[in-house]
Write a protein that binds this ligand. Structure first.
Ligand SMILES: CC(C)(COP(=O)(O)OP(=O)(O)OC[C@H]1O[C@@H](n2cnc3c(N)ncnc32)[C@H](O)[C@@H]1OP(=O)(O)O)[C@@H](O)C(=O)NCCC(=O)NCCS
Length: 249
């Protein structure tokens, strides 16, 4: 089973600078948090952490503050001491999204932006086949295709946990058939399934997992909860999982 949850981070949402939340972050993440200068980046990081913790805590029937993460070699977070529940996180623009799965999974979301020289960026991360397809597309279809390849590929390198060490150009994503296929050094990665996640037309998002099916994305109303819990240690509020999970945005 593979599930996707997301939250929208509104511009007016206050930065949840609550001691309880920050204490729940790993020391590595806390250090990264303090090194972020932009409030938007801090919000995204905290919102992603909150969505993920709350969802995992519900599944594990524990308090979100007791969910402990460890990092694998290239930084992929895993649950400390718990097998059989896999997850991954991504944030971009106004969204934080998480995937929870019974098998290894990766997720990526990107805000679709007009890039100055997309062709030059495409050449860096696309395989030869992908770049040839991209270059042959009519101009008006290129941007969407660029972001679909980007996010599908990122979901794959996050599924494996290798990140950029996977070798971006050695992977080819093929959208031409009814099932999205991926190849690593021209060998098919047949055990993997790619699920396109539809959250907002201004964004592209993909999940990569061994699961053939994936739930529709479910939204968290983070904003209301953050307002409501302002000034409190919201990880000790037992109901937060129930409340935030209850409505689809
Ligand atoms: C993790 C990585 C693969 C993706 O990062 P990103 O797109 O910048 O950021 P995302 O928001 O999608 O994901 C960040 C989350 O991924 C998770 N993560 C970190 N390292 C990871 C890894 N090796 N594998 C899987 N997940 C990882 C963390 O939960 C992290 O959340 P946090 O920053 O709040 O702790 C990054 O290492 C990277 O290298 N990105 C750039 C790769 C690139 O050039 N892609 C071009 C298009 S294919």
């Amino acid at each position: 089973m593979t599930e996707v949850v997301y939250t929208r981070i509104d511009a007016e949402m206050p930065l949840p600078e609550m001691p309880g939340h920050l204490n729940g972050l790993s020391s590595e993440k806390l250090e990264r948090y303090h090194s972020l200068h932009r409030q938007d980046d801090r919000k995204r990081m905290l919102a992603g952490d909150l969505v993920l913790r709350t969802t995992l805590a519900k599944k594990l029937r524990c308090d979100p503050s007791s969910v402990t993460f460890l990092s694998q070699r290239h930084g992929k977070p895993i649950l400390a001491g718990i097998k059989g529940i896999h997850f991954n996180l991504s944030h971009s623009g106004n969204y934080a999204v998480a995937v929870i799965s019974s098998s290894e999974a990766g997720i990526d979301i990107e805000e679709i932006r007009t890039l100055k020289e997309p062709g030059k960026i495409a050449e860096v991360f696309m395989s030869e086949k992908e770049f040839a397809c991209y270059s042959n597309l009519p101009e008006e279809l290129r941007q969407k295709w660029f972001y679909r390849i980007w996010t599908a590929k990122e979901s794959y390198i996050k599924q494996t946990g290798n990140g950029i060490f996977e070798g971006l150009k050695s992977v080819t994503i093929d959208f031409s058939g009814p099932r999205i296929l991926a190849y690593k050094n021209n060998k098919p990665l047949s055990a993997l399934f790619f699920h396109e996640i539809d959250i907002d037309p201004g964004y592209c998002a993909f999940v990569c997992s061994e699961d053939q099916t994936c739930s529709d994305p479910a939204g968290f109303h983070l904003k209301n909860e953050l307002h409501k819990e302002k000034g409190m240690n919201f990880f000790t509020t037992q109901v937060i999982g129930d409340v935030v999970r209850s409505s689809i945005i």
